[in-house]
Structures are given as structure tokens and as C-alpha cells.
Design a protein around this ligand. Structure first.
Ligand code: ADP
Length: 539
């Protein structure tokens, strides 16, 4: 018979994270770029006090455990306080992606039954358009002081500072089952309505703890971390939880995410570690190259959300001394599920070989398991070449969608919709998304591999590939290129370049040069928009 362990059964609580940091790292700084005014600067102890004030204020508004509080907001200190006050009170923090179509925003706010909406003044026009359609929202709280409170026609707004000011900074955080829902995030809903992933306290705390590991994000009191990845999507990869666990200084970039603003913040605050999607790093690199700048403190950058081209990895590392950590995750996986993890032997390899390893999506972090399966659900070998749908399971992987009728799981595994390979050492590589892969003459072309090869050309700033219907081959690749400023790259040159790097039958049938690519709210290229505008038939 199994012998029960005799350890205390203390629940993993999000409130416990903030109280831990307030007690151990009370004087460690949080720096926040605000929508209005100069940089705001305070400490974990201050943050905890104000989160408790907000918890008291939410209770005074009549909210109860289980109530949902929405946010449409940038990464800033008030949003951070809400993360803790809401979940810590046993309520659900529903972060909304402001870049969703307004109809989808209305849908998710109503579906989540948000009773309060926290918003940044930037989004006042958006609130004006949706408020009348969200009857369950009783209070519209602007994350500002009274001076910067926008007047919105037909909406009674309250300034966050006015709301919390009368309340005590003492609050007894309730303890409850760690499996309770803490935060809610909806998928982007590229097909059908967005679906909600409801993260538990347990899932978030376990993921954040893993994020602190040296081989993952390496979060410690010696680090200063800047999450560029938005708090409105997938909990900013749980960095707002991991930073206070590890005691790292936290720098929040607010609304200014362009290369120049990020560079200025990184240098001014001596940031050592950052995290974001590749398009953000492409813009930052563009700014640095054009202005002949360098980094003085940055050691690592964590990247994910879409594939990071090897050429960019090489530039960060070889030219600017910043190590890239490439990870994979999705709304349904709370945050990071796989991450680059180099052994000492791999770190001794020539630079180009190291970059090729980092360009893959990494190995599972502890707590996560993955496999790839064929169309019949049979597990494929871990040989680095057999590709199939990536399946994932673990302590912070979705079991069912919020108010969803049927669990998406297959035999206890979540089907990701990504096509991947896994090699004998466990290194996973995303080859494509099932909806983006180009099926040509019975074979598959990876749009990601083609894009990465194209970005390797020195005149290319960004590249995207979609499949276009073809009468003979089913689909053929069409390449979109954004040239670097002042470069005169033409179709023949890029196709000749690609022909030396990919199989002949992979070379795109045509090239379209654009000023920019359509990029969505989470910094990913919107291939659906490209398909809508260019998705005819090749003859
Ligand atoms: P959406 O992109 O639909 O908004 P998510 O934000 O949840 O959904 O993104 C998850 C998807 O992003 C994954 O299923 C995968 O296709 C893609 N992705 C995430 N990280 C990477 C990566 N490092 N390389 C390639 N694709 C990635």
C-alpha cells in the first residue's frame, strides 16, 4: 500500500508570490513606463501595499470570489497590482488583447462575465465603442489618476488612484484550493470565436518557478528583466510572477514598444534580460544597426511566439554579445513549455552550429512532456525528421476551455495544431502550423524554414510565405519580402539566393515586395490577411 507523505499541504497561491517578494526583496525596484508622465519607480513592498489597497477596493465594490475582472492595458505598475489583487482575492483576472476585433472583444468580455474593466487611457476610444455592448461590466476603471482620466461619452469612468486611495494597505489574503481559476486569456480566434484558457493558481506558480531556473529564464536578484511580451496575452509568459519569485528588478515598458524606446529603457535601467516576439527584436536590431549602438548590460533575450530566424540569433550573439533563448508555448500552455537549453558540450561547438540549435524551439522544461503523432494518432520516432502534430501535456497545460463543452484532449494530450519534429536528444523544432504548411505535390514545405532562409539575405528585413492554390501541385509558395531601408533587392536575386539554401522544389513561385507585413496584437505576422489580399490561384 502507498505510504502517504507527511508534509504540510500548503496551497500554491499567487498572493504568496507578492508577499514573498515584499518580505525578501522589499527594496528591489519596479520601474514602469506610464501612458502619461515620466517613468514611475517604486519597490515590491510598495507594490504589495497598493495591491492590498486594490483588493480592499474591489471587495468594497461588492465583487466576490469567482468574480471576473477584465483588463485592456499595457505592461505597467497598476496592471501588475491588479494581477495580484484580483487573483489573490480569489477572483479571475481576465486579460483582454486590445488588438482583437471589437466584436471579439465584446464576445470575450461577455463570455467571461467581467464585472469590472480596467483600461489604459490609450484605449478610451475602444471602450467608447464596446461599453454599451458589455452589460455585465458595472465599473470602468481607468489605470490613471484623476488628472489623466479620459471622459468617454456614455460611460462612467473612475480613476484607479481615486478608487484605491481611501482603502487600507492591510488585507488578509484568503487561502483556498490552488486549483482555483486565477487568470483567463482567450486565444486570438483566427477561426471561430476566441476560446478561453483559465489558468489555476497552481499552474501559474509552477510555471513561474520553472521560469526562474538558470536554464530557462535565469531569474534572480542579480537580474533586471524587461518583459516586452504583453501582459494582455498569455500572462506576459508569467514574467510578472517569476520576477518577484526570483527577486529580479522588473522594468515595464508601457505603451512604447518601438526599437528606439526599448533601447533607451534597456540602457537607462541596465536591463540584463528581456523577452518578446521576433518582430520586436527585429525592430530593436534595426534601430541599433542604423544608429551604430551597442548593448552595455543585456545578457540574454528570451524569444518565442513565432520562429526566431538563425540570422537574427547570430547577429544578437556574435555582433552584440546577447545570448538568445528560444522558447515555444501557446495560450493553452500558460507560458513557456519548451526552451533552448545548451549543454557544455554544445556551447563548445562552432558559433554557426550553436545558432542552428538555438533556431529550433528547445527542449521541454520540467513538468512538460511532448510527442509528435501522424494523422492516425500514432507516435512518431524521435529522429529529428519524422514530422507530425505536436501533442503536449503537463501541470500547466489546458484540460478544457472555459465554458467549453468538449475537452480538446486526445488520450490526455493536448493537440497543438503545430507540426514539429523531435530529435533523439529531445530537441523540438516547429516546422509549421497545420494551417500554414504548404502542401505541394503530396509533400510539405515548411513556411517557417523558407522565411528563415529568406531573412538570411542581407537586404531582407522581414519575410513571410503563404501557400497559393495551384492547379497541378495543389499549393505553391508565395514569398513576401520587406526590404531593409535603402536596399534594391529584386525577385531574381532573392530566388537565386534561396535556390542555394533550400530544395529546388521549395523555391517560391513568385515574390511580392511590401513596405511592411501585417502584424497582429501579439507581434505575429497575420498570414490570414496576406491570404485575403493575395490568395488567388497560380497558373
Ligand atoms: P495565436 O498565435 O493563434 O494568437 P498563441 O498566441 O497561443 O496563438 O500562439 C501559439 C502559437 O505560436 C503556437 O501554436 C505556435 O504555432 C506559435 N509559436 C509559439 N512559439 C513559437 C516559436 N518559438 N517558433 C515558432 N512558432 C511558435
Amino acid at each position: 500500500m502507498l505510504q502517504p507523505g507527511l508534509m504540510m499541504d500548503r496551497p500554491l497561491m499567487i498572493s504568496g508570490i507578492l508577499e514573498h517578494s515584499a518580505a525578501q526583496f522589499g527594496d528591489v525596484e519596479i520601474v514602469s513606463r506610464e501612458t502619461h508622465g515620466p517613468l514611475f519607480r517604486y519597490t515590491y513592498a510598495d507594490c504589495a501595499g497598493r495591491a492590498r489597497q486594490l483588493a480592499n477596493a474591489l471587495a468594497a465594490l461588492g465583487l466576490k470570489q469567482g468574480s471576473a475582472v477584465g483588463s485592456i492595458a499595457w505592461n505597467n505598475h497598476r496592471h501588475l497590482e491588479a494581477y495580484y489583487a484580483v487573483s489573490g482575492s480569489g477572483m479571475v483576472m481576465h486579460t483582454c488583447n486590445p488588438r482583437l476585433h471589437p466584436q471579439q472583444l465584446i464576445y470575450i468580455i461577455n463570455h467571461a462575465a467581467d464585472e469590472v474593466m480596467l483600461f489604459d487611457s490609450t484605449f478610451a476610444p475602444l471602450i467608447k465603442g464596446i461599453a454599451a455592448h458589455c452589460p455585465q461590466v458595472k465599473h470602468w476603471l481607468c489605470l490613471s489618476d484623476a488628472v489623466n482620466l479620459p471622459a468617454i461619452d456614455g460611460v462612467k469612468t473612475i480613476a484607479y488612484e481615486d478608487l484605491i486611495a481611501p482603502h487600507s494597505s492591510q488585507f488578509e489574503w484568503p487561502e483556498f484550493d490552488e486549483r482555483t481559476g486565477a487568470a483567463l486569456c482567450y486565444t486570438s480566434g483566427t477561426t471561430g470565436n476566441p476560446k478561453g484558457a483559465l489558468y489555476s493558481h497552481r499552474a501559474i506558480v509552477l510555471n513561474a518557478l520553472t521560469g526562474c531556473l538558470p536554464g530557462v529564464l535565469d531569474i534572480s536578484p542579480q537580474q533586471t528583466i524587461l518583459p516586452v511580451v504583453p501582459m494582455f496575452h498569455i500572462n506576459a509568459w508569467c514574467i510578472p510572477y517569476a520576477a518577484p519569485i526570483g527577486g529580479a528588478k522588473l522594468v515595464l515598458p508601457g505603451p512604447r514598444l518601438d526599437g528606439a524606446s526599448l533601447y533607451e529603457l534597456i540602457e537607462a535601467e541596465k536591463v540584463t534580460l528581456s523577452a518578446g516576439v521576433p518582430t520586436i527584436w527585429q525592430a530593436l536590431m534595426g534601430h541599433i544597426e542604423q544608429n551604430g549602438l551597442k548593448f552595455s548590460t543585456m545578457k540574454y533575450t528570451a524569444v518565442g511566439g513565432s520562429a526566431m530566424p538563425a540570422a537574427l540569433i547570430a547577429k544578437f550573439s556574435d555582433v552584440y554579445g546577447v545570448q538568445v533563448r528560444h522558447g515555444w508555448g501557446m495560450t493553452e500552455t500558460t507560458a513557456v513549455a519548451t526552451m533552448t537549453s545548451m549543454t557544455s558540450a554544445e556551447l563548445a561547438l562552432p558559433a554557426a552550429d550553436q545558432h542552428a540549435l538555438v533556431a529550433k524551439q528547445g527542449k521541454t522544461v520540467f513538468g512538460i512532456q511532448i510527442k509528435v503523432v501522424d494523422e492516425h494518432g500514432q507516435t512518431l520516432p524521435r529522429d529529428g525528421t519524422s514530422q507530425g502534430e505536436l501533442m503536449v501535456r503537463g501541470q500547466w497545460i489546458i484540460q478544457s476551455y472555459f465554458k467549453g463543452e468538449k475537452s480538446p484532449l486526445i488520450d490526455g494530450w493536448f493537440p497543438t495544431g503545430d507540426i514539429a519534429t523531435i530529435d533523439a536528444k529531445g530537441l523540438m523544432q516547429i516546422r509549421d502550423r497545420t494551417k500554414d504548411v504548404i502542401k505541394t505535390g503530396g509533400e510539405w514545405i515548411s513556411s517557417i524554414d523558407l522565411e528563415n532562409a529568406a531573412v538570411g539575405h542581407p537586404s531582407v528585413a522581414m519575410a513571410a510565405v503563404i501557400g497559393i492554390k495551384h492547379p497541378k501541385w495543389d499549393e505553391r509558395p508565395l514569398l513576401f519580402i520587406v526590404r531593409k531601408p535603402g536596399q534594391a533587392l529584386e525577385k531574381e536575386e532573392i530566388l537565386t539566393f534561396l535556390a542555394t539554401r533550400v530544395a529546388k522544389w521549395w523555391v517560391p513561385d513568385d515574390v511580392v515586395f511590401l513596405e511592411s507585413l501585417p502584424v497582429g496584437g501579439t507581434g505575429k505576422v497575420q498570414k490570414n490577411d496576406l491570404r485575403k489580399d493575395y490568395g488567388g490561384v497560380f497558373s
